[in-house]
Ligand binder design. Structure first.
Ligand SMILES: NC(=O)c1ccc[n+]([C@@H]2O[C@H](COP(=O)([O-])OP(=O)(O)OC[C@H]3O[C@@H](n4cnc5c(N)ncnc54)[C@H](O)[C@@H]3O)[C@@H](O)[C@H]2O)c1
Length: 434
């Protein structure tokens, strides 16, 4: 099947590459000429494990192409995906649909044969119908259907998530859309991965409800962690004891410095706004947003306490600044709140991150970048573990302690044990909820 993927970011690129690996003929489109030039040269513009090999294989097989020419890509495509960004709209927290609507209008002009327009971007309820309206208004003659196909992949494990999903959600209204979507996802049907067919509104709602719920889980354990610190409990033990209950599950129960990333912050904001708009406030989600902001502030206070009550003149070595490991994505990473706050309070900040530097250089002005954790901590007064990259999980603690000016550790991912850190020569250690 000929597929056009409009928007070649984290979701569009991974989806396009994976659909081509299913055997479809995929053209990925982006407005960024730079990005497309890199992709045409075989360079993957983001860090996502395994993506380069899969992209190369399918490009060489002739099933995967990249262009800035949307019209050429849409011409003759049976499925046209919209996978552009839906960031938070400045000022009011709503999802900014301007990219989606602009893409819809461009697609309308370019449509030739019958096609299904599939929205993969995370969009508020009613957006798929608006996409249909835009296309119909622009091209009353066009033969098309719409489908909602929200994406659930996680950065860092995106290919596996796409190829072996917990479920695929597809909202649609017509037999023709169902036929096209079934053909597209046939390899997953054949392997019995659950495919949930539903209506457009429910599909749109599933994505926000799922992300809202996961944000609740993270924030819940972060609040419990704060309480654990007061009562002398260990949140790791608490999370384990909770998570073994099959009704709760052990995922997303890791206390830490608050959620970040390209989805949870903006999707919880958007869900709260949708609730307000329809007169059904989503109070749990609204509270989660507040709790998450407080968690980040709490981390800054903890670090300040470790620095003896003031950051002024102190050097803090931050290990990891991306919002999670195995991605270079810095969007809404906790580091973007914590690092500037420390610099503003007079700290010098050293940073090391295996993939974060390219993005982080613009986003974290005033820090000094290092290539390796041992160099970054040399002479520092505090080492802060902010992203749990594998290479930070088995550091030589005595070596770290020996090179620091004051050996103190803020372990905001609960990687190490207090006794091991103190035993290695650190004079102070703090974690989250322990
Ligand atoms: N990143 C994730 O982990 C993830 C997971 C699930 C869902 N989503 C959702 O998927 C959507 C895309 O997210 P992303 O992280 O891939 O965004 P992104 O910012 O990485 O990529 C969006 C791309 O779309 C391009 N674009 C914008 N307008 C265009 C147009 N008119 N024509 C062609 N290209 C255009 C941009 O240049 C950019 O490259 C969002 O709605 C997001 O919420 C993201």
């Amino acid at each position: 099947m000929k597929v056009a993927m409009i928007g070649t970011g984290y979701v569009g690129l991974v989806s396009g590459v994976c659909f081509s690996d299913f055997g479809h003929d995929v053209i990925c489109v982006d407005t960024s000429a730079d990005k497309i030039a890199q992709l045409q040269a075989g360079i993957v513009p983001i860090y996502e494990p395994g993506l380069d090999t899969l992209m190369q294989r399918n490009a060489e097989a002739g099933r995967l192409r990249f262009t800035t020419d949307l019209r050429a890509a849409v011409d003759g495509a049976e499925a046209v995906f919209i996978a552009v960004g839906t960031p938070t709209r400045r000022g009011d927290g709503h999802a900014d649909l301007s990219y989606v609507m602009a893409a819809a209008a461009e697609i309308a002009h370019a449509l030739t044969g019958p096609a299904v327009i599939v929205t993969k971007s995370t969009v508020p309820v009613g957006t798929n119908r608006k996409v249909a309206e835009v296309i119909r208004a622009t091209r009353p003659d066009a033969e098309f259907d719409v489908a909602s196909n929200p994406e659930f992949l996680r950065e860092g494990a995106a290919i596996d998530d796409f190829m072996r999903p917990d479920r695929v959600v597809i909202g649609l209204e017509t037999d023709r859309a169902r036929q096209v979507m079934s053909d597209l996802y046939r390899p997953l049907f054949l392997r019995d991965f659950p495919i949930v067919f539903t209506d457009l509104e429910s599909a749109e709602m599933i994505k926000y409800a799922a992300n809202g719920f996961l944000a609740v889980k993270i924030s819940f354990i972060n609040e419990i962690a704060a309480l654990c610190e007061r009562v002398g409990a260990d949140v790791k033990a608490v999370a384990k004891g909770m998570g073994l209950d099959g009704r709760i599950g052990n995922k997303f129960l890791h206390a830490g410095p608050g959620y970040g990333g390209s989805c949870f912050p903006k999707d919880t904001q958007a869900l709260a706004r949708i609730g307000q708009e329809y007169g059904v406030p989503q109070r749990i989600t609204e509270t989660v947003i507040t709790v998450n902001a407080e968690v980040k502030r709490r981390m800054i206070d903890k670090a300040c306490d470790l620095c003896g009550g003031s950051f002024n003149g102190k050097t803090v070595a931050v290990l990891g600044v991306t919002f999670k490991p195995n991605t270079d994505d810095m969007r809404e990473a906790p580091s973007l709140t914590i690092v500037p706050a420390m610099i503003g309070a007079g700290a010098r900040v050293h940073v090391v991150d295996p993939q974060g530097r390219r993005e982080g250089e613009h986003l974290l002005p005033g820090v000094t970048w290092f290539a390796d954790a041992y160099a970054a901590v040399e002479g520092a007064d505090l080492v802060m573990l902010l992203t749990e990259w594998n290479e930070f999980r088995a550091l030589d603690l005595p070596r770290l302690a020996a090179t620091m000016r004051l050996a103190r550790m803020a372990d905001f991912r609960n990687i190490y044990e207090r006794s091991a850190v103190l035993g290695a020569g650190f004079e102070a250690y703090d974690a989250v909820g322990r």
